[in-house]
Design a protein around this ligand. Sequence first.
Ligand code: S3P
Length: 448
Amino acid sequence: MSSHGTPIPMTSHPCGPLNGVAEVPGDKSISHRSLILGALSVGETKISGLLEGEDVLDTAKAMRAFGAEVTDHGGGHWSVHGVGVGGFAEPEQVIDCGNSGTGVRLIIGAMATSQITATFTGDASLRGRPMGRITDPISEFGAASFGREGGRLPMTIVGAAEPVPVRYVVPMPSAQVKSAVLLAGLNAPGQTVVIEKEATRDHTERMLAGFGAEIAVEETEQGRVITLTGQPELQAQTIVVPRDPSSAAFPVCAALITKGSDVLVPGIGLNPTRAGLYTTLREMGADLVYENERVEGGEPVADLRAKYSPDMKGIAVPPERAASMIDEYPILSVVAAFATGQTVMDGVKELRVKESDRIDAMAVGLRANGITVDETEDSMIVHGLGSDGVPGGGIAASHLDHRIAMSFMCLGMGAQAGVHVDDGGPIATSFPIFEPLMAQLGAKLERA
Ligand code: S3P
């Protein structure tokens, strides 16, 4: 179900080899940030390769509501005429961020130090997710928040009239929280310092520097210390959004588990804060090669070639790698079913507060398809059945979670019997071309 639609039941039937080139859409994290930073800049930011998924389109709408001029020129080309740091107007309507935790948390950060009031909501998934992790730090800047029980949306934020800079230690590994604090720090005088114990995706830091902010990152014994000087004049940029490594994970992993496959996924950003899945797959024995490695827009990029890999072995994924592959555990748990031995995924309790409780959603859906899974609050263990041994044939619930829906669609491709998902609608939030792209490679997907 899209944020406004009816459920779309889907089936993925076992298929022959997946072959060809999979051009996945633009990076979701960078797309949100391009629109928000463009809106906070002076002049016209030009964006190409923007992900036109529902999550990002909701952020585009929100930036218009805060006064920026956001224009879709077609074919992934967009422009944003910004209002400058501190220039946000008060929205006249409730801001609906749909399914997007990244959208709502970053936007709340960006408006929290302006003297305006805004009310935020989202779909049933987003309304169930914790916002205390954002309202705590913005209160230190002087903003107030009024939400539902447990700090849930809908929520009204009253921006700080006289913001003060903060020093904030992020209590959980979260790029959204880190980014919200940095965006709030933009309109506070003086230096805002954010400390993260574990490195998370660093797009906000890189992009803030690109837009002309004074930002320094220091690795210390306490972790990464990020110091931002407030009230800069951000300069409009030209941004080419790289293709999303989190979306690339689906055709790559589908190829690894589907007999005879050979798929090329070109132009994938391999920023080390995002590439943990690919390291893990190679450690499991996947036939996954980086071709044409290069640097584009300051980011490492490669073409990924993935071939059917019948000899993969389960491993213990190092918990310190979790942040660099946090969105990829659902699809890794599918690959793990086709490996031999156990794959142990530890230190992953953040998965419980994503678009769904991803540990639970995967464990229940995998069991329904004949796979044994153990879980604790903070871990998941998949007992692999080997390349030929995954029964499939079950139904999985997607819980309004795009990555759960796509993971089970991939499971069906390599299993002995098709896999059904109760609702594939959420796929449109991040990967609107998933169905035609996978079909063109040879997948047999069907809407019931
Ligand atoms: C994101 C951060 C991660 C990730 C999400 C995108 C971002 O969330 O799961 O899909 O763009 O900053 P957390 O900050 O909750 O870990």
